[in-house]
Design a protein around this ligand. Structure first.
Ligand code: DAH
Length: 332
């Protein structure tokens, strides 16, 4: 009996291994485990054995049956996955499995997109520190000492002279102090404000600053640049833009730019996308430029806002919560 069982199991092993498709595997299963299968018949014949041989034979048969079932199951999974060793060799024609790789944060994807568009217009990228001098974040940008946004409420002071920058605008001053025009830069980065967080406010967010300085730069250049950028970013040939008069200490005149954003649901809204204006002569003076030598424009955009609109994200906190299920929706 033992010898017979071993012979059956060993032929089952080789037939299972060489079953190249599910149908063939099913035939092997029927041959060994079906109603008239070789192992089934042996099990059924147990009762004809002498009583003292029955337990040992029963155990051996059950072990054999379990082994054959296990092998069939494993082979079935292999065939179903389509992977496989055929005849002990790898099937190299099967597609590989793509290893999991991470991706850049949506904010950084958006920064890269914006920078790419400006690179196309001849801009280079500049940088400044997050921990900034009050003198550059405010004073050199022509903020009067008693301007409300210098209030302690508005930002995080390290000490009287050092703040977490509230805007990327101080990069303008840093850059102009080191370079003479013509200048065309964009400066993306993190900024900080003492905000009560809600769906559209965070105490930390991202801006991108732009600065263009040369001789005889006009408001028309600013408008054309904004239009060229928005065309690229929105993919629309004739985006609807609105320039509203506004106030910033470091530009004169100053504007806020709104874009008409048509939602996929058919609803549209004016969306404030940037502050901008012509660089104030006091700022040039604070950077050591001779009087009346240069003109230029500057702009500042909220990156989070653009990312949220482009990807229909309802709450800014989703960008910072680091929930991997959220971020997986934006591979890239
Ligand atoms: N720094 C401004 C803010 O955070 C945005 C801004 C407005 C930047 C006008 C500019 C500009 O460069 O010209 O609100």
């Amino acid at each position: 009996m033992q010898g017979e069982i071993e012979a059956i199991v060993s032929s089952a092993r080789s037939e299972i291994a060489s079953a190249g498709e599910l149908d063939a595997l099913e035939r092997v299963r029927v041959r060994f485990l079906g109603r008239k299968g070789e192992l089934t018949l042996l099990l059924r014949g147990l009762k004809e054995l002498p009583a003292e041989e029955r337990p040992a034979a029963g155990q051996a048969l059950n072990r054999a049956k379990n082994e054959v079932e296990g092998l069939i199951q494993a082979r079935r999974e292999e065939l179903e996955e389509g992977s496989l060793e055929v005849d002990g060799r790898w099937d190299l024609t099967l597609p590989g499995r793509r290893p999991h790789s991470g991706s850049r944060h949506l904010i950084h994807q958006t920064i890269e997109r914006i920078c790419d568009i400006f690179h196309g217009m001849g801009y280079t990228r500049a940088d400044g520190p997050d921990v900034e001098l009050d003198a550059l974040n405010f004073t050199a940008l022509n903020f009067p000492d008693d301007h409300p946004s210098r209030d302690l409420q508005d930002t995080f002071y390290i000490n009287d002279e050092v703040v977490l920058r509230t805007q990327t605008s101080p990069v303008q001053v840093r850059y102009m102090r080191e370079h003479t025009p013509p200048i065309a830069i964009v400066a993306p980065g993190r900024v900080y404000r003492q905000e009560q967080p809600d769906a559209s406010h965070a105490a930390e967010f991202f801006q991108i600053e732009g600065l263009f300085v040369d001789r005889a730069v006009s408001m028309a250049d600013l408008k054309a640049t904004v239009l060229a950028f928005v065309r690229e970013f929105s993919g629309e040939d004739e985006p609807r833009l609105r320039f509203r008069p506004h106030f910033f200490p470091f530009t004169e005149p100053s504007v806020e730019v709104d874009l008409w954003w048509q939602g996929k649901d058919g609803k549209g809204a004016w969306l404030e996308i940037m502050g901008a204006g012509m660089v104030h002569p006091h700022v040039f003076a604070n950077c050591g430029y001779p009087e009346d030598a240069y003109t230029g424009f500057a702009f500042g955009m909220g990156i989070d806002r653009l990312a949220m609109v482009a990807a229909a994200i309802p709450d800014i906190r989703l960008l910072y919560d680091n929930d991997i299920r959220f971020h997986r929706q934006f591979p890239g």
